[in-house]
Write a protein that binds this ligand. Structure first.
Ligand code: SAM
Length: 293
């Protein structure tokens, strides 16, 4: 089985300062890459995961490592972290970890239509109880709404042009798959788009994932709730992958109402070795918040 390569693993564990017998919440369990290391160090973990398939994979992996004894896996959204923690007697914890975004498995093989590596229905919902799919947004928002969504959630400078092309294309034929959408965007992007470093549809797909899964609101709701669960002196370790998530993190640390303070002035980023080994670590930023009151 091929698993997601955990990003900033060493840095996350160092900052969580895992203690034998300590209780930790992994708010984004994924393939349990971080959780397994916490369990190996003698911590107990409550893992929260929104994608049922991912939770099944993680449970199986943890079982294979013989580490199930101190692990509880819950299907849920981290925006409900406090309730989930209270229900599972994890209301006074030594650390909470967030490794945001999606696992490689979800992005490349998950069948969610999250990326354009494969032609899949434009769904993007990790949680199927959410009402609106990416297909709904692409085919029903006005040109202006689409342009705003793409720009606001990804800083895509060609948002207006892409929105216009999407509306034109959908008037001829409904846009229902990832490759259909990627092609529409590519057909109107400039040849030198980002000097070829990324596909022209990359940022639009990011914007759609954020909108469909309500990523920003989930994080804004979750962080103060996680802070309530921390024992004095313990920490939230948060790994973000795009500037909007990182802004929520920074604001959380600076808010006067916050019961935490950010420990480092600047976020921790991947080492040269990690950057070489795993391109997904390029945009990762790790911030640490310590409980102060
Ligand atoms: C980058 S992966 C985590 C990888 C994990 N740290 C590892 O090393 O295997 C992020 C995970 O968070 C999950 N996720 C995203 N949003 C979530 C939310 N609101 N609540 C709970 N899980 C969420 C995704 O389904 C994905 O499995």
């Amino acid at each position: 089985m091929i698993y997601h390569t955990p990003v900033l693993l060493k840095e996350a564990l160092e900052n969580l300062r895992v203690k034998k017998g300590g209780k930790y919440i992994d708010a984004t369990l994924g393939d349990a890459g971080h959780t397994i290391e916490i369990l190996k160090k003698g911590g107990s973990v409550l893992g929260i995961e929104i994608n049922e398939g991912a939770l099944v994979r993680a449970r199986k992996r943890i079982e294979e490592e013989n580490l199930s004894q101190n692990f509880i896996g819950i299907l849920g959204n981290f925006k409900n972290i406090e309730e989930i923690a209270n229900d599972n007697d994890f209301n006074e914890v030594s650390g909470v970890l967030y490794d945001l975004g999606y696992s490689s498995f979800e992005l490349d093989y998950g069948g969610f239509g999250l990326s354009f590596q494969k032609d899949e229905p434009l769904d993007m919902r990790l949680d199927k109880s959410l009402g609106v799919t990416a297909e709904d947004l692409i085919n029903s928002l006005s040109e202006k709404e689409l342009s705003n969504l793409i720009f606001n959630y990804s800083d895509e400078r060609m948002a207006r042009k892409f929105a216009r092309a999407i509306v034109k294309a959908r008037n001829l034929k409904k846009i229902q798959t990832t490759l259909q959408l990627a092609e529409v965007i590519k057909s109107v992007s400039s040849p030198g788009y980002e000097r070829g470093r990324i596909h022209p549809a990359t940022r639009t797909f990011q914007a759609l994932r954020i909108a469909v899964n309500d990523e920003i609101t989930n994080l804004e709701k979750s962080l103060p709730r996680a802070a309530h669960l921390l024992l004095p002196g313990s920490v939230i370790v948060l790994i973000t992958f795009h500037s909007l998530e990182d802004k929520v993190a920074k604001d959380f640390g600076r808010s006067a109402r916050s019961s935490v303070k950010e420990i480092f002035e600047k976020p921790i980023t991947a080492s040269y070795e990690e950057l070489e080994a795993n391109t997904k670590s390029r945009s990762a930023k790790l911030r640490v918040f310590e409980k102060i009151k």
